[in-house]
Design a protein. Structure first.
Length: 317
């Protein structure tokens, strides 16, 4: 490490999210840490993001890709040029609460065995957001594709049986944390290597955390690092999205992760259970469609098409 290296480097990839990126930078400014380096990787934006940042936040290191390279490559570019002892990867649609950065650095200082720390994410209304958990299982993948967990979550008995949220109570060891707000110790980053650019949009955080753990480091969520996340603010605007995610990209990336980390046989099983899940989901939506209002039925057709596209992608993998 160079003698003048900052304690913390924050890396923010952005693509056509000018206002959200500015809000993210404002939240970091409110934290008031002079030993923090901030890098924004503008991945081919056409909405004036780079010019606005240069005018309003001149201390920010601005890296620009003239053409979009995708989230993973943009993130790697920023992380590779960051100089800090701790590297914090943030989505452009996040806002960090003022005390969060101090809590993050204190935890790394107190726990030399910890390689990755994730934030306690929440939605704009304050409700908690999924922030991390254990490695995906076949049952987890089936639930993701079928859409059953959100339905079951409305049932009181299911809510009582669910495990505690990783953000409940104090710091908690987990298998992986979401890349929306992922901090990694430089030493762990050097050992584990960069984000795998074969993942188009999803699962690169899952893959990185697995490599960090294989290198002997711990991964945990620190509730004091609270981060507002406008989940899906970018991807939710694009064709093929369903709610806050793009299932075609998400499920394809998860199958890539399964092949890389679990082998072809496990990945084949994963593909089957996900296909069963989405077929069940489409069947359920077809049964309930006659009972929906006309406006809801029209919205539902676009969602059904997104699911069919994702199913087609699963079959071709």
């Amino acid at each position: 490490m160079p003698p003048d290296a900052p304690r913390l480097s924050v890396v923010i990839p952005t693509h056509d999210t000018r206002e959200l990126t500015l809000a993210c930078l404002k939240s970091l400014a409110r934290a008031g840490r002079p030993d923090t380096e901030i890098l924004v990787v503008d991945d081919g934006s056409r909405d004036g993001t780079a010019a606005e940042i240069a005018a309003r936040f001149p201390s920010v290191r601005l890296l620009r890709n003239e053409r979009s390279q995708g989230f993973t490559r943009a993130a790697n570019r920023g992380l590779e040029q960051a100089r800090g002892e701790v590297l914090l990867l943030l989505n452009s649609d996040t806002e960090v609460e003022p005390a969060g950065l101090e809590a993050l650095l204190s935890r790394f200082a107190a726990e030399p065995e910890t390689g990755v720390i994730g934030a306690a994410l929440h939605y704009p209304d304050g409700s908690p957001q999924w922030s991390g958990g254990e490695e995906p299982t076949l049952l987890w993948l089936f639930g993701l594709a079928s859409g059953l967990p959100p339905v079951l979550a409305r049932l009181p008995l299911y809510r009582r049986a669910r495990p505690l949220s990783p953000t409940a109570g104090g710091p908690r060891s987990v298998g992986w944390v979401t890349g929306a707000a992922l901090a990694i110790r430089r030493e762990a980053w050097v050992q584990a290597g960069p984000l795998d650019e074969r993942f188009l949009l999803y699962a690169q955080d899952l893959d990185l955390c697995l490599r960090v753990r294989q290198a002997g480091w711990e991964v945990e969520i620190v509730p004091e690092l609270r981060v507002l996340h406008h989940h899906g603010a970018t991807i939710g605007r694009e064709a093929g999205s369903l709610g806050r995610q793009n299932p075609e990209l998400l499920w394809s990336d998860l199958l890539r992760w399964a092949r890389k980390n679990k082998g072809e046989r496990w990945a084949a099983k994963a593909g089957r259970v996900m296909r069963w899940g989405v077929l069940l989901r489409l069947g359920g939506r077809r049964l309930t469609r006659p009972f929906l209002a006309a406006s809801r039925r029209e919205e539902g057709r676009a969602d059904d098409q997104a699911l069919r596209n994702a199913l087609k992608a699963l079959r071709s993998e």
